[in-house]
Design a protein. Sequence first.
Length: 281
Amino acid sequence: MFEWLEVGADNHVITTKGSLLNTGLIVGTERALVIDTGCGPRQGREILHAVREKTDLPLVVVNTHAHFDHFFGNAVFAAAGVTEFWAHQNCAVEIEQRGDLQRRHVETIEPEMSAGVGESVELVVPNAIVKEQPVLVDLGGITATLFYLGRGHTGGDLLVGTPTTLYVGDLVEQGAHPSFEDSYPEEWAEVLRHVSALRRRYEFLIPGHGKPCSDQYVKTMADTMTTAVRQARQPIRDTPNDATKAIPVLPYGPEQSRWFIKRLQETRRNSQEAHSKMRFS
C-alpha cells in the first residue's frame, strides 16, 4: 500500500492514501524514529507494517502536533513495544485534555477509533516532552533534533531535523490550503519565515501532507498568510460581528477563510485580554 521515498541518507517518508499524510522514518544504527502515526489502529498498523519492512530496530515515536491523523495510531506502536513518545508540551496537554473530542472526525474511516471500542483505540499521550529548548535524540550514527519555533498551525507544532532533512508537520501543507481551525495566523506567518530560512540548511523539507517543498514555496505561503492578515484587518475593525465580508478578498477557499477570520479574531481578543491582565496585575 505504501511506497517509500528516500529523502536523504537514512531518511524516508511514506504517504498514506486519502489524507496524504506523510509519516517520516529516520533509521540509525541502534534505533529508528517514526514521525506521526496515522488516524487510528487500522492506519497505524499499516504504517507499522511498512516501517517493519524497512527496519527491525527499536522504535521511537514523534507526534508533530495534536491533530487526530498524526497521533491516533500511537496505541498501535505502544502495543508493539514503543515506550518513548515525543511531542511539544502544548501538544501533549492538548492530547490529554481534548484528544477524545477528535474521535468524531474518524467515524467513517476508523469506526473503532471513533467509538473507542476494540484493540489499540486508547489515546497514548506523549511522555517525552520538548519545551522551548531543542532536544537531541541519538539514534546511533544519526541524531534527530526536535525543536519548536512558536505557535502556528497549532499551539504545539514540533519540527524534526536531521543533517539532510527537515520534517515540519502541518506547518506546511503542499497541494491544499492551510487548515486554520486551531491556528494562530499572525504568528504562523512568522514561523513560516523561520522555516523558509532554515530550509537552506537541508536538502529536503517534508510537509505534513503533500510533496517535498522548496524554501520558495514556504516563503510564498508565509507572504500569502501575511497578506491575508492585512486584508482581513479592516473588515474585522469595521464589522466585528460580520467579518465574513472579508471572505471574497482572502486568498483561501471559503471554508478556510471563515476559520482564518474566526481564529484571527479569537487570537487577537485573547492577546488583548492577556495584555490587560498584565497591566493591572
